[in-house]
Design a protein around this ligand. Structure first.
Ligand code: 7RM
Length: 660
């Protein structure tokens, strides 16, 4: 069977077939892979417990499908082209042969350091080819990788390592990001003080800065690799063995370890990459995400390599050395398909068209968007100035939990529509439901976006806590997977994602929980309580607005001077321990940086004496969201509030006119 859909008519027929005969449909896709043993049952599922299994009793290794099977025909084809943070540093290209050899070598290194099938390994690495090699080496030996984005704090690393009892940590001395050098090993060392499960740390030399190496625990990547052979027999895995854990924020304070398994993930990322981007053999595919996020896992590493594609890895940031870096790199590497986030588009758009005009961008055939709703203006700018109106813009909606794209145009094949993710992929059965969970029929409707049938990439569990998985995704609506997103289906049946309807924020495409940020703010010694909401932000999509209650004693004694005007760069008066407003805000931001990551820093902080709560003590975020948006025309019903006066005070503090 030809897996690549080539016309709208074929899309419609394939879609119908995938709904009528889902098992048959996915069998035909799965058949094209290298299996050590074929599966004997395609699907078992139950959304109540939940329990989903695909390709039961199949045996395979995903890296044989990413690497070995391409070697005969495409051994000398570039698998990875790496672009440095530094424009003057040469590209690194790894052919499929070379990538295969490196992955085998690192698999041997892992084995030499005591790793066996099923072990969890934490990866905290720069965006260098070694990160992709490490991901694949884990998969080859059957260890479960847990990649932690290298912008997260020591505490976030420690929490993630401990949650999964990781045995090994793979990291680097440091990383380059724009004009900054970050000492990764130092951040790791702080985490390692409270991670008893870690036996070994393998350290790659990227920046050659001075770092501490703990004898017996820390070893150098390069010396280990020198000792290792370039052959390693891929370990036989069951279809439903875990492939990786990836932590993602939810509505509670603690991020969840989303678990994906071998075969379903493989089949789904392969199929969606092929069809959404309409993969062609001569493609140079560039996804600008970090491998620390699901987008990087699925569309830098696994999806492209499963298809035998050439994938670009970029170490830097869009604005370094200037806001033309993406476009310069597209011309330099002759990129044909480009996949990025709306937040990057909006920020580059704001830098001015003069950063785009020097570049030809004539190799581009498809452009894509992911991570957050793309607004009309950014959509048109991207389509016009980057895609030159000739490249289809695929707005791809999906989640960490879904492994791959669920709703998106197929480039050239199905229609695009500004701000719409448009249509479900074959095998995907979206429904919109109302608050009671009743499925809304027909078109021109809005509701909660759910899936009524499993696809191979669906989340299997949350690591170490299956009940949490049930609660978060399968308990809201009977027999449905709930995405957490609100969605509209227009008169033509096209889907438009409105955004999260839970306590998850999306800041520059990064998922953050309000509770997570609140917990961090509450660590400040003068903070009693806080409430965090998202508000619309021109560049980031959403910004973070924190309402903070400072303890009364501190205010009375002037320890925190809430009335002092905000003064940029003001410091703390140590002798008196007086915090002026600016210093206090800085402390709050630093605490959030330290506990979570700089990406979670609140943009706005308002000191309040109380929060709008219901009689049962629940914070009414709806009201805070309205105030943060600067829109108080309709605060809705406030009669159930414990103390309605609080709202008046907060409105005044926010500088909003209280005249009704
Ligand atoms: C891939 C990724 C998931 C959340 C999701 C949405 C939002 C993602 C789009 C989008 C509108 C899109 N995974 N989201 N893609 N919203 N249009 N094309 O981002 O787990 O980190 O985030 O992101 O709210 O639920 S994620």
């Amino acid at each position: 069977m030809q897996h690549k859909i080539t016309s709208f008519d074929q899309y419609q027929k394939t879609y119908q077939y995938s709904v009528n005969e889902p098992e048959q449909f996915w069998n035909e896709i799965a058949d094209s892979f290298v299996w050590k043993q074929k599966w004997n049952k395609t699907l078992e599922w139950n959304f109540k417990t939940p329990d989903v299994k695909w390709f039961l009793n199949g045996k395979l290794n995903i890296t044989e499908n990413c690497l070995d099977r391409h070697l005969e025909k495409n051994g000398n084809k570039p698998a990875i082209i790496w672009e440095s943070n530094d424009v003057n540093e040469a590209n690194r290209t790894l052919t499929y042969n070379e990538l295969h050899a490196e992955v085998c070598r690192l698999s041997n290194v892992l084995q030499n350091n005591g790793v066996v099938k099923g072990d969890r390994i934490c990866l905290y690495m720069p965006m260098i080819p070694e990160l992709a090699i490490a991901v694949l080496a884990c998969a080859r030996i059957g260890a479960i990788h847990s990649v932690v984005f290298a912008g997260f704090s020591s505490k976030s690393i420690a929490d993630r390592i401990n949650d999964a009892s990781c045995k090994l940590l793979l990291t680097a001395d440091g990383l380059y990001r724009g004009n900054k050098t970050i000492n990764l090993k130092e951040i790791c060392d702080e985490a390692l003080a409270s991670t008893p499960s870690i036996e070994k740390v393998i350290v790659y030399q990227r920046t050659h800065q001075k770092i501490d190496m703990q004898i017996g625990r820390d070893v150098w990547w390069h010396s280990e690799m020198q000792k290792a052979a370039t052959h390693f027999d891929a370990v036989e895995m069951d279809s439903e063995d875990p492939l990786f854990i990836l932590y993602t924020s939810g509505s509670t304070g603690k991020p969840k370890g989303v678990v994906h398994t071998q075969a379903g993930y493989m089949v789904y990322t392969y199929y969606t990459f092929l069809n959404v981007f309409q993969y062609e053999e001569d493609d140079i595919f560039w996804c600008t995400a970090d491998i620390g996020w699901i987008t990087g896992h699925s569309y830098i590493v696994y999806g492209p390599l499963l298809n035998g594609a050439t994938t670009v890895m970029f170490e830097g940031i869009p604005t370094y050395p200037d806001a033309g870096r993406f476009w310069a790199t597209i011309d330099k590497l002759k990129v044909t398909k480009f996949y990025t986030a709306p937040t990057a588009i909006r920020s580059l758009m704001a830098n001015g068209i003069e950063f785009v005009t020097p570049y030809k961008l004539d190799t581009l055939r498809v452009i894509g968007s992911v991570g957050e709703p793309i607004n009309e203006e950014a959509w048109h700018w991207y389509h016009h100035h980057i895609g030159k109106e000739k490249c289809p813009l695929v707005d791809t909606w999906w989640q960490t939990e879904t492994a791959g794209i669920l709703i998106s145009p197929l480039a050239f094949i199905t229609p695009t529509k500004p701000t719409y993710a448009t249509l479900p992929l074959p095998g995907v059965q979206p429904v919109l439901v109302d608050a009671q969970g009743s499925i809304l029929q027909g078109n021109d409707i809005e509701g909660f976006l759910c899936m009524q049938f499993p696809w191979p990439g669906i989340i299997r569990t949350t690591y170490g806590d299956h009940e949490r998985c049930r609660q978060a995704y399968f308990a809201s609506f009977d027999n449905l997977y709930f995405t957490g997103d609100g969605c509209r289906r227009d008169a033509d049946g096209y889907y438009r994602i409105i955004g999260r309807v839970d306590d998850v924020m999306n800041v520059s495409g990064h998922r953050l929980g309000t509770a997570e940020v609140e917990n961090a703010i509450n660590e400040h010694p003068n903070v009693i309580e806080s409430a965090v909401v998202a508000y619309p932000h021109d560049i980031k999509g959403q910004g973070i607005y924190a309402f903070v209650i400072v303890d009364k004693q501190s205010i009375d004694q002037g320890v925190v001077d809430t009335d002092a005007p905000f003064e940029e760069g003001a410091g703390i008066d140590n002798s008196l321990q007086l915090l002026n407003r600016a210093a206090f805000e800085n402390e709050i931001r630093n605490i959030v940086s330290k506990i979570i990551s700089p990406i979670a820093k609140p943009d706005k902080i308002q000191i309040v004496s109380g929060l709008p709560k219901t009689r049962s003590g629940k914070i009414m975020r709806r009201i805070l969201r309205k105030i943060a948006e600067g829109d108080i025309s309709n605060l809705g019903d406030t009669t159930t509030l414990l103390d309605p006066n609080v709202v008046e005070e907060i409105k005044q503090g926010a500088g909003i006119s209280t005249k009704n």
